[in-house]
Every structure is written in C-alpha cells, then in structure tokens.
Design a protein around this ligand. Structure first.
Ligand SMILES: CC(C)(COP(=O)(O)OP(=O)(O)OC[C@H]1O[C@@H](n2cnc3c(N)ncnc32)[C@H](O)[C@@H]1OP(=O)(O)O)[C@@H](O)C(=O)NCCC(=O)NCCS
Length: 285
C-alpha cells in the first residue's frame, strides 16, 4: 500500500464492513450507514500513519478495475497488531484475503505476541483460527449514561505529549509493548485523560465521537476511576467497546451507569493472555 492508495483502501474497507453489518443486522435495528466524514478522516489519517511507520505491514490487492482488498498492520516492540483487513463484498471467499493477511503477518515475524480485534465474519474467524490466534469473545456496553450514577472523580486531568513515557509503561505492563508513535497520532486526533497518583496510574483516549477508544491502568481501582471520568466527559449516548471477560471491572462501571451489555466479535491473541485492566483499541490494539 502506498500513501496514494489510502483513500481507495478506505472505500474497500468501508464497503467490506458495511456488507458485514447488513448481514449481521437484526430486523429491529436501523440500516447500517457508511462511515461519517469525521470517522473517514480519522481512518485515513491512521492508515497514512501506518503506511509511513510500517510500510511492510500494509498491502493491497488489485485487479484491472482497481483495489479489491486491503490490509494494514503494525509492529510495536514485541507485539504485531492487525489494524484493518477487508476485501470488497463481491470478491470475498475467492482466495484474495488469505495471501493479503500472510503478507501482513510476515511483517510481524520475530514478534513474540500478536493481537487483532475480529469481526464475527465467518471467513475472518476461520482465517484467524487457522493462523493460530486464540479467540476471546468481546462484550460492549451501550446506552445512555445515568448521570446521577457518576461518582465524583478526582485526580484525572487532560493528557499531553509529556505523558507518553507513562502511557508506554502502562501499555507494556498490560500488553507487552508501548504504543510508541501511535500515542503521537492518538494525542493529535483524540482527547486523552490521565490519572497519575500515589495509588496508581492510568489513561484513556476519547475518540472523535467521544467514545472510549483505549484505556490502560496499573490497577483496577485506577482503571475504574479513569473510565468513570471518560463517561462523565463523553456524550449522552455511549458505547464502551472491546470488553473481554478478563475485564469485569468494566461491567461494574457500565452496569452501574445503566448501560446495556451486548456481545460482538473477538479479541484474537497469540503468545499472550487478554490484557487487564485494559480496553483495547480496535485497530491499534
Ligand atoms: C475477512 C476477509 C478480509 C477475508 O478475505 P477473503 O478474500 O474473503 O478470504 P479468502 O477467500 O482468502 O479465504 C476465506 C476462507 O474462508 C472460507 N469461507 C468462504 N466462505 C465462507 C463462509 N461462508 N463461512 C465460513 N468460511 C468461509 C474459505 O473457504 C477460505 O478458507 P479456506 O481457504 O480454509 O477454505 C473478507 O471476507 C472480508 O472483507 N470480510 C468482511 C470484513 C471483515 O470481517 N474483515 C475482517 C475484520 S477483523
């Protein structure tokens, strides 16, 4: 993938996921929509960042008419992460996706750990299992936050570039590697909250929709405080995605806030256990 491919790669991924959402939609749910302009801009900026930092981890498949498939991945210290992976709906199941993933995984050669957030797509799940990933179900909490349930949260402040070392050390304790240059991207694109006190440290990012995009902490108590602060700062209607069974503390917060619990997709892992206390990001994990 080159920088010039990124907008078309965005279209391939949007169409791939839109079709998946259509197939998995319950009849009472609203029809899935294309990514919003803001979401698309963040997607493009993130993928351009990965093409720059991890050119050998980002690949496209094309035919005479243009791109038909794309994959982006990253290597941070000892961890390889799959960021995005999609083939155009009409071209799926024809052998385009597997060699794309193999090329991206080759970039992770030598990494002792690997992470990906899988959709429930039957083909994706089959491919990840074949590639040796353990699949851990993901839950999410969704709804309108009961503002009256939010406790007084102290010792949480806005984050900045001077917090990157702290954030990286929390990442290392949770998943074995810092997010490194990805923190620069996230600080540029999103809002961050940091807590650093004698009883523990933690941080969270709120994405362009105000949803929790990543959270790491040195202990559950601090993680809980940071999540409450994120809910207090976020919009009325929220989703807290990517909750694994190892992170029951998220359920304590989300259910106290009167959010509803659901399930979607899997955290795929190699060489590691589900990180905790931690809420992974879907692309940068
Ligand atoms: C996941 C995805 C990228 C894979 O690309 P692809 O070109 O469809 O994959 P391939 O054709 O190379 O391989 C598909 C595998 O699933 C199998 N398969 C095909 N249809 C299937 C079905 N309905 N159910 C289960 N397995 C199926 C194929 O036989 C093949 O496995 P095999 O080689 O062991 O026989 C693509 O399907 C996609 O974009 N899905 C929607 C978006 C998505 O979920 N992306 C992943 C997000 S984490």
């Amino acid at each position: 993938m080159t920088d010039a491919d990124v907008p078309e790669a965005e279209r391939v991924s949007d169409e791939g996921f839109l079709e998946l959402d259509r197939r998995s939609r319950r009849r009472d749910e609203p029809a899935p929509e294309r990514r919003s302009a803001a979401h698309r801009a963040v997607w493009i900026e993130r993928t351009r960042h990965l093409v720059r930092t991890d050119p050998a981890g980002c690949w496209v498949a094309e035919d005479d008419h243009g791109l038909v498939g794309m994959v982006s991945s990253l290597r941070r210290e000892v961890v390889w992460c799959l960021a995005t992976y999609a083939v155009l709906p009409g071209r799926q199941g024809q052998g385009i996706g597997k060699p794309l993933l193999a090329a991206a995984m080759d970039h992770g050669r030598g990494c002792t750990r690997a992470m990906l957030s899988a959709s429930s797509d039957a083909k994706a799940v089959r491919i990840y299992h074949q590639a040796g990933f353990e699949l851990h179900p993901q839950m999410h909490l969704v709804g309108t936050v009961d503002r009256g349930a939010i406790p007084v949260v102290e010792k949480v402040r806005e984050g900045s570039a001077s917090d990157i070392d702290l954030m990286d050390s929390l990442d290392r304790a949770a998943r074995g590697a810092g997010h490194g240059v990805d923190h620069e991207l996230m600080l540029r694109t999103w809002r961050s909250l940091v807590s650093d006190s004698t009883t523990g440290s933690g941080y969270a990012y709120l994405d362009e929709r105000g949803q929790v995009a990543l959270l790491a902490a040195s202990n559950r108590r601090t993680a809980t405080r940071v999540l409450w602060a994120a809910l207090a700062e976020g919009p009325e209607s929220v989703t807290v995605p990517h909750v694994t069974a190892a992170n029951q503390w998220v359920l304590d917060v989300g259910l106290a806030a009167r959010l509803a619990l659901g399930q979607e997709g899997f955290l795929g892992l190699r060489g590691m256990k589900p990180p905790t206390p931690y809420l992974h990001n879907g692309a940068l994990l």
